[in-house]
Write a protein that binds this ligand. Structure first.
Ligand code: A3P
Length: 304
């Protein structure tokens, strides 16, 4: 990044307190809400692929899988730019002069791989009108909560999470950016049979990555030979992405994401919640979970 740009951003970040506003009751970053009309009117291209997820579900992992499939296993091509530059994050806003997700997307030639954390009801209508493929990644709430907590600790663009006990209540109440985990995963689940949507679970990817990569490949209408699929797999393992500066967010300066507090590629496992939840918290969680998920037909695994 140009030193002058860094200076400006450092100054902006020093005075930056992330403000929350909402669109139709969904808490979003105020800057996103301020530019909502433009986001809502975003024009997708029929060949764009959208990767969607609630925060910390493993969207970066899926972005890399999709990119590797689209680039037919060419790791060099996939390292052409950091994740956040090559796959515009639709509703992202940043201090000027960093371009917004919308600006990045509009300056990129389709077909694009785009990223969003928007709940299904807020997805700009052109994605449906243009018949775009949408891959939704869902991760169990307990591990999502833990991952989001550590992400909020290290990411200055998000509010300080407070201590774990506070955060536990905040997360369960849905008072976090992009709103309630329950509303998000259930909302998208209701679209799971739509021909444009592939609903994938983080836990399934962890259990059998090759199987899930093949699912994504077929959904994207590709037919790749075994050796290419193996390259996709190898390039997108936790270890490979952790060591890949284009995938591990290490190119974001530490005054924005301080990876000494918590690395972006943190643990990459199912069940880390056991190291955080107390027995009492687990009881509270299970009660709320049972109440919210009843009758949805949507089930998650919290261990493998
Ligand atoms: P943890 O914080 O539990 O480690 P997102 O990309 O949606 O922000 O999600 C980040 C989470 O996905 C982090 O979880 C991160 O470690 C995990 N992750 C990223 N790449 C992964 C990979 N290749 N394999 C497994 N987990 C991965």
């Amino acid at each position: 990044m140009d030193p002058q740009v860094i200076q400006k951003v450092v100054h902006e970040m020093a005075n930056f307190t992330p403000k929350m506003s909402d669109i139709e009751g969904v808490p979003l970053i105020k800057g996103t809400c301020d530019t909502w009309d433009d986001i809502w009117r975003f024009q997708a291209h029929p060949e764009d692929v959208l990767v969607a997820a609630y925060p910390k579900a493993g969207i970066t992992w899926m972005q890399e899988v999709v990119d590797m499939i689209c680039q037919e296993g060419d790791g060099e091509k996939c390292r052409r730019a950091p994740t956040y530059d090559k796959h515009p994050f639709l509703e992202a806003v940043a201090p000027k002069p960093i371009p917004s997700g919308l600006q990045l997307a509009e300056n990129m030639e389709p077909p694009r791989i785009l990223k969003t954390h928007l709940p299904v009801q807020l997805l700009p209508p052109s994605f449906w009108e243009q018949d775009c493929k949408v891959i939704y990644v869902a991760r169990n709430a307990k591990d999502s909560m833990v991952s989001y907590y550590h992400f909020q600790r290290m990411n200055k663009g998000l509010p300080e999470p407070g201590d774990w006990a506070d955060y536990f209540s905040t997360f369960l109440s849905g008072d976090v950016f992009w709103g309630s985990w329950f509303d998000h995963v259930i909302g998208w689940w209701e679209m799971k049979n739509h021909r444009q949507v592939l609903y994938i679970f983080y836990e399934d990817m962890m259990e059998n990555t090759r199987r899930e990569i093949e699912k994504v490949m077929r959904f994207l209408g590709k037919q790749l030979p075994e050796e290419i699929l193996e390259k996709v797999y190898k390039e997108t393992t936790f270890q490979a992405m952790r060591d890949n500066p284009m995938a591990n967010y290490s190119t974001i300066p530490s005054f924005v994401m301080d990876q000494s507090i918590s690395p972006f590629m943190r643990k990459g496992m199912v069940g880390d919640w056991r190291n955080h939840f107390t027995v009492a918290q687990d009881e509270v969680f299970e009660e709320e979970y049972g109440r919210r998920m009843e009758g949805t037909g949507l089930t998650f695994r919290t261990h493998l």
